[in-house]
Design a protein. Structure first.
Length: 643
């Protein structure tokens, strides 16, 4: 687990600064990523192209290392191939590197180290893009091929590891965090007003290539971007990433429910086994929910004598507290339990560091609880944690994505099954008839009518705290972005189609971003065993009823597969709390601090500062269940002051 960055310039002396300034920017970039890799760092300046060509340039690769596998200097990066043709800079872990190394040796490759970095470089040389599906791991990397004068950026299938890039004035800049790009760029990037609008009004972020900074883009999950360095790079090149992974959702009919559960059990246990590979101490984040409980119990099943440290956020006295369930799992596996309690004064103390850590605005204060969980792991001497992220999107968790399941039944003309499912679904805790009616309305409302439905329920595209005239002069698209579905492939498979979209960016990406930044703030490697290509490809082809039962039970297959490994009380849980915090009470306890944070709103050109502050005050004092705008306005105001 590491941080990486790079920049390619055709002529360092003419990029707007002197070479001395360029070197200073490289040092600033590596300093910005120091928390991602405190154990080692490296910078290489590589000449690309021949003297006789007008396109000769310099590529700088930078790397900060968190040593997890092969703690020796053999894991140093950037790394070159044995023939010197290719250079690699890599962030992540390849868990099946031992198996791949054996295969590559049989194909004639030799190895100098025990690192997964060297295996990744050899795999790229041997198989290129076609070999990416062989990798069990999380990765973002850049490869220079000096013979081809090409630079390729690659991101893992789910986007577990981040990779940002910017192409400007014939140069390309990239890095694990935007802070590194800000250090490298000759001018400060400006905020992206469209992304700010989508976040503040619709709550959407990290669901496309757009970031909160104009001109800086995410390389999307499961994509790679190849750039020819022997020709002038244009901003158009940033729109040319190619998808290397897109799973099919065509239904398999050859597996019974019991057989599918048995096969999934094997896939999951093998994934946890691979994710336990480490040369440093490993622990687990444990919420008490089904997903993290499955991981912790699988760890004990696979390693009967392994000391297991668990880290849990507890909110004693609150309806969202899951301490009872975490205790049940800890007792079952004999874990060394670490419990993290947080009060509002601690949020106040750490809020600016939290916002700076995330780099871009985010959804709720639950991110702070996660931040503190990783801090506790660091203080306990744990360097790697296993986390349950991705199970909801793979196995129809949360409330089960019921509107999409209903659309599948509607496609098939199964009207009786629709009625029975909706009734059954509504009887589970936290759902009820009102939510069932909303779900049905969502399922039946045509796409083109949804914007009007949102207006009916009070969602305003131009809240009073926005400067409508300013937004219109900037050609901002107002409204609520809608998720589209593919009628050709999705008919009768609307649920898994939505799960695939969530897994590949439109949902899970934001959660993975939160986890990556929070863990790396404390130099912790967060691993997510549910998120492997074999598991995803298996689950997305199963009958939808294997994931969400006709009785309304979510994660049906996981519950069956973990029988005998996870306590029945956990498997039979009907409530879904999720990773939540008592956000309103935390913020309401400190009105003076909230007012201070909101001063940033007065400096944002498209916000009505006074009305924004009043909206936050109303949201915190209202008896209603909460407002999307409250935390978003606070977060955006604090973030904008740090630009």
């Amino acid at each position: 687990m590491c941080g990486l960055f790079g920049v390619f310039l055709h002529d360092v002396s003419n990029d707007g600064v002197h070479r001395h300034d360029f070197t200073g920017r490289l040092k600033a970039a590596i300093g910005a990523l120091a928390h991602r890799g405190p154990d080692d760092r490296g910078i290489e300046l590589l000449t690309v192209g021949e003297d006789s060509t007008q396109w000769q340039g310099t590529l700088a690769f930078g790397h900060t290392r968190l040593a997890i596998i092969d703690l020796s200097p053999g894991g140093h990066q950037p790394r070159k191939s044995q023939d010197g043709r290719c250079w690699l800079v890599f962030n992540g872990e390849i868990y099946n590197y031992r198996e791949l190394r054996s295969e590559l040796k049989s194909l004639g490759h030799s190895f100098e180290t025990d690192s997964d970095t060297e295996v990744l470089l050899a795999a790229w040389i041997q198989w290129g893009v076609s070999g990416l599906k062989r990798l069990i791991g999380m990765f973002a990397f850049a490869v220079l091929d000096r013979e081809e004068s090409s630079l390729t950026l690659v991101r893992d299938a789910f986007g577990i590891k981040p990779l940002f890039y910017c192409i400007r004035d014939g140069a390309v800049y990239f890095g694990s965090e935007i802070s590194a790009l800000k250090a490298l760029l000759p001018t400060v990037p400006q905020p992206d007003a469209q992304q700010a609008y989508d976040y503040l009004v619709a709550g959407r972020y990290d669901d496309s290539a757009r970031t909160f900074f104009s001109g800086i883009r995410h390389l999307l999950p499961g994509h790679q971007l190849s750039l020819s360095l022997d020709q002038k790079l244009t901003t158009d090149a940033s729109d040319k990433p190619e998808r290397w992974w897109w799973p099919t959702i065509e239904e398999r009919t050859d597996l019974s429910l019991a057989d599918a559960a048995a096969e999934f059990r094997d896939l999951f246990l093998n994934s946890v086994r691979l994710h336990l590979r480490s040369d440093v101490p490993v622990g687990a984040a444990l919420s008490g929910g089904l997903d993290s409980s499955a991981i912790v119990c699988a760890m004990r099943h696979l390693e009967p004598d392994m000391p297991i440290h668990t880290f849990s956020f507890v909110a004693r006295g609150s309806a969202i507290d899951e301490e009872y369930w975490a205790d049940l799992v800890n007792t079952h596996v004999g874990a060394i339990a670490h419990k993290i309690q947080v009060d509002s004064s601690e949020l106040i103390r750490d809020l600016e560091d939290l916002v700076r850590t995330q780099g871009e605005p985010f959804g709720s204060t639950s991110i702070y609880a996660q931040y503190r969980v990783y801090q506790a792991a660091k203080e306990a001497g744990i360097i790697v944690t296993l986390d349950g992220q991705g199970a909801d999107e793979l196995l129809a968790g949360y409330s089960g994505y019921p509107q999409f399941y209903l659309r599948s039944l509607l496609d098939r003309g199964s009207y009786g099954a629709m009625s029975r499912f909706l009734h059954n679904w509504s009887t589970w805790p936290g759902r009820g008839a009102r939510n069932a009616a909303l779900v049905l309305g969502d399922a039946l409302t045509p796409h083109q009518w949804r914007r009007y439905a949102l207006r009916i329920v009070g969602r305003d595209a131009y809240p009073r705290w926005l400067k409508r005239d300013w937004l219109q002069t900037q050609n901002i698209r107002a409204g609520f972005p809608q998720r589209h579905s593919s009628a050709s492939e999705g008919d009768g498979r609307r649920l898994v189609e939505r799960l695939r979209a969530a897994l590949t960016g439109d949902g899970l990406a934001a959660l993975l971003r939160h986890g990556d930044r929070n863990s790396m703030r404390w130099s912790i490697e967060s691993r997510v065993p549910f998120l492997t290509v074999p598991i995803a490809e298996f689950l997305l082809q199963l009958p939808e009823s294997y994931l969400l039962s006709p009785d309304g039970q979510t994660k049906r297959l996981l519950r069956l597969a973990m029988k005998g490994i996870v306590p029945d009380k956990i498997l039979d849980r009907k409530d879904k709390i999720g990773f939540q915090t008592p956000e309103r009470s935390w913020l309401s306890d400190h009105p003076t601090d909230v007012q201070s944070w909101m001063r940033g709103a007065f400096e944002v050109p498209f916000l009505e500062g006074a009305e924004s502050a009043r909206a936050v005050c109303r949201g915190l004092t209202s008896r209603k269940s909460g407002s999307l705008s409250v935390w978003s306005l606070i977060n955006f105001s604090v973030w904008s002051r740090g630009l």
